[in-house]
Structures are given as C-alpha cells and as structure tokens.
Design a protein around this ligand. Sequence first.
Ligand code: SF4
Length: 469
Amino acid sequence: VVDELNFHARVQAAIRDSELRRAVEYGTGLGYKNRRLAVYADGIQHGDAVREQAAAIKRHALRNLPDLLIKAEQTLTENGFKVLWAWDANEANSHVVDISRKHDCNLAVKSKSMLTEEIELNSALFAAGLEVVETDLGEFILQVGRDKPSHIVVPIVHRTKQEIKHTLTQTIGMPATDDTKEMTQYVREYLRKRFLQADLGISGGNFVVAESGSLCLVTNEGNGRMVTSLPPVHVALVGIEKVVETLEEYAALTQLLPRSATGQHMAVYTQIVNGPRRSVEEDGPEHAYIIFVDNGRSKMYNSIYADALACIRCGACLNACPVYRSIGGHAYGWVYPGPIGSVISSLFRGMEMNHQLAYASSLCGECKDVCPVMIDLPRMLLNLRNNAVESRYTHWLWRLIIKGLARISVNPDLFRIAGSLAFLGGANFVFKYLPGPLRGWTKYRTTPKFAQKSFQSLWKARQKRGKNG
Ligand code: SF4
C-alpha cells in the first residue's frame, strides 16, 4: 500500500511541476516527430519493412539465445576479451570491484549504460573506494547535480536549460552562460582531464555479435570511444539479451536504433570493439572484460513476457506515450520508465512493488506502433493487469466492483435493471463524486450522463413504430 501511495504521490508531484512537464513535452515531442521523419524517410512501406526485418532478427536471436551466448563467449575469448557471467546485480558489481582491485584502479570513467543504472554500479564502486565519473553529457550533469536519469536515451529530458546552467555553475564552476555550445565545451574540457587520468573505463553495450566476437556501441558524443580506448582497463557490462548472430544483423539494427531514438539516420559514433589492444596497435586498453548480466532476464525469458527482451532501448515508446509525456520518468520509480519500463520494472522487481505501473497506460497502442522491433507492449500491460488482479494486489473494492459489473454484463435482465437504476439513481450526482478509493476516477473525469432510455428500448419502440406505420 505504501508503494501504491508513493506511485500516486510521485505522479501528483510530476503533474504539478510545470517546468518538468514543459521540458518533457518538448524533448519527447521532438523525438516523436524526428523518429517518424527518419524511419519513414524512404516511404511507409520501406520503413515498416525495415521494422519487420529488425523484429525478425531479434526474435531469431532470442529463440537461439542459449546457443548464441555460448558462441559469443567463445569468439569474444578468442578476440582477447575476458568473459564473466553475473547472475544478479551483486555479482555483477563484485566482478567490477574485483577487476578494479586486480588492476589497482582508482578512477573510472563511464559511458552511458542503463544496465549499470539498473544494478546501481556507481554506488557499489563508490563503497569500494573508487571514484566514478559519468562522461555522457546528460549523465554527467545528473551526477554532479545528484539527480537520476528519467529517460532511456535522453537521461536529462526533465531538465530545462536554466536548470542545467544552474547545476553546472554551482557544481563545477562553469561561468554563467545561456549558450548551450559554451556549456558543452566547458564540460568537454573538464572531462578531457578525467579521461586522461582514468585507469578504468566502463561501458555498456548496445549489441554483441556472436559470429565475430564483437562488442558494439552506438553513441553521439564520442565519450564511448574514449572510455573504451584511453584507460588501460575496459569493462563492458551487457545484458544477456543483447546478443545477435551476425554482423549483417547488427548492421540492420544499428541503422534503426538511432532513427527510432533521436531521428538520426546514423549515430555520430558507431563503434565495433574487437578486444584489447593488439601488439601491433598503438591505442586501446591492455585488458578488456565483458560481463554478461542476467539479473532477472532468464526468468523473463521463460515467461509470457519473453518478447520484451527484444527491446533495443531506443526510447521511442516513451516519446510516444501520453502518460510518460505527462509525468516524465521519475514518477515510474525506477531506472526504466514509460511503457517498456512498466513491463520490465514489474518483472525485474516484482509485481508487489510495481503493479500500479501496469495501469500507467491509456492502452492507445502508440507504443507498439512506434517500436522498431514491434513489441506488443499494450498486450503485455494488459497481462500484467490480469496478474495484478489475480495476485490480489488491486484494492478489494475495485475487485468487487469489477466482479459485480462482470455478472451484470452477462445477465440481460440484470443489465436492463442496472441501466434503469443508473439513470434513476441520479447519475449526475452519484457518478460525479465517487467515494473512497474510487474518488480518483471522478477527480479528473466528467462522467457522461446515462441515457434516459436504453438502446434496446429505443430499438423496440422503433420496430413498433415501423410495424404500426
Ligand atoms: S520497447 Fe520498443 S520502442 Fe520501447 S525502448 Fe524498447 S525497442 Fe524502443
């Protein structure tokens, strides 16, 4: 009940925050519009064919996931990566701590990775005495401002330019400016020193290609390339679902990802890492590790929600969702917001904590329509609602009412009587101000007036008039 209250409290706070709503509406609106222009730049038919191809690639990879993981371990190892496996967040974090101790690392530079947010890697490294610097511009601003990401792709979408200016002037001494280029340049110079001092680079991974043993990263700022090449040790943390079979498949996906995420035809940096520095190469880390993280994914793989593992984290469903666009990401209460976040948060963290998220959707279907890999998110949200009811997480009064409505709906006599009573019972008053836990329904909604006569009685009267006339 506490979590249920927290969810509602967070939503209320977000709705009341006009600056947040303005920032989120602007950022998501831009992403939504640009995605459409980029995905369908060569026509609707072409765009949908590319989506179908991407969806098929991910389903193929998921169907063969166990074999592809074994193959990936083999080829990655042949390329010089040390491959580790982590069952949960604790094990993944311990691996990184152990690696940092083994190589005597003190300062880590990190590129953007939702998985590391999911497992709370920074806190674990901090507790182990390591300094971690986020190097993605948005993540860096959040880190120095002690804030959390609120979007899968644009972590700082909830912040306005003035708020960012305030954070940077107060925390890293940036001279006050309203010019975003000057702000970026200041952070760039600030981070450059940290890149050169760092002895550990931490990244995520957008894809792993099993046939070639490659780690693939898609970024826009070049920080991913610095993280994976400047420090002497590189660790990549990757969810087990990120494996695809061939480079051709990766090529198809890597074209659709930036189109769906930001409306770019290609990301500025598309990087394929094939292990640590070779003896003939001048640049690159001496040691490269890949940690495959499960953390609930196997459980999802063996459930009716397995298809959610096809997600390539483009964020398009967030930009399209009217609920996300109204409340932003923090209201969802965990690192993954929006429609895909509602699904995976409930599965990764348990229904007990997150069953309310299944209702944070209007079920308009737009999330499914924009998804590059065609995940049926509305169907999953409906299934989660069903699970929430079956597991009795919903309010008893709500369950009672739904049961009553179901009984009335299948009994024509009861249905007729209920219709008449609804009208006679003064729908204008009763349904305008529902009591107790049902108050939420009438707080922001105007209940339509019940018709004086039912469709059946109008139809009968019409038939009668027809006969008589
Ligand atoms: S569910 Fe689809 S639209 Fe949403 S983030 Fe994942 S791939 Fe993108």
